[in-house]
Ligand binder design. Structure first.
Ligand code: MN
Length: 202
């Protein structure tokens, strides 16, 4: 069974004014959908991989035949990373986390303000295209880090709880070259309930 798009959990214009409707539409229906299409096309040659979860595939890229490994790494990563990105945002969100994830963030990063600063720094420090993440380490601790291109935290043995896309296609129409402004505004969209759900599910 081929991998499928997760429905966008809100309308294209729901993230206004922080992310404009045209960006969300292009990002979801063109960029994200193309990663998925390319992933499925590559796996047609080795359909046994359709039986796996995308997390399993991306956690063990060495098990993917070499002739499609880079396509799967880039496009499978693009598919998975964007699934998280859309899910951890929403209209009328933002604010501060509560519960266990808030306690874990405070303990790991010395407070929410420091956490935000460090995640923004990870996003700003990514030269070119990539992602900034809050991930769970195998020992249960939290880590802020960045990946290039569409590489995933899974490939490093980490489990992503929150991710922000810093490819220009995520912000250029509204913010042009101002990635920092996009990141600052992005906090107004973070769906902490979903982050908490991902944290609790591990
Ligand atoms: Mn993207």
């Amino acid at each position: 069974m081929a991998f499928e798009m997760h429905p966008l959990p809100y309308a294209y214009d729901a993230l206004e004014p922080f992310i404009d409707a045209q960006t969300v539409e292009l990002h979801y229906s063109k960029h994200h959908a193309t990663y998925l299409k390319n992933l499925n096309a590559a796996l047609e040659k080795y359909p046994q991989f359709f039986d796996l979860k995308i997390e399993q595939i991306l956690s063990d890229l060495n098990s993917i035949p070499e002739d499609i490994r880079m396509v799967v790494r880039n496009n499978g990563g693009g598919y998975y990373n964007h699934n998280i990105y859309w899910a951890v945002m929403g209209p009328k969100r933002g604010g501060e986390p509560t519960g266990r994830v808030a306690a874990a963030i405070n303990s790991a990063f010395g407070g929410f303000a420091n956490f935000k600063e460090q995640l923004e720094k990870a996003g700003m420090g990514r030269f070119g295209s990539g992602w900034a993440w809050l991930s769970l380490k195998p020992d249960g601790g939290l880590l802020i880090h960045s990946t290039p291109n569409q590489d995933t935290p899974l490939a490093e043995g980490l489990y992503p709880l929150l991710g922000v896309d810093v490819w220009e296609h995520a912000y250029y129409l509204k913010y042009q070259n101002r990635r920092a402004d996009y990141l600052t505004n992005w906090w107004n969209l973070v769906n902490w309930e979903e982050v908490e759900r991902r944290f609790a599910a591990r």
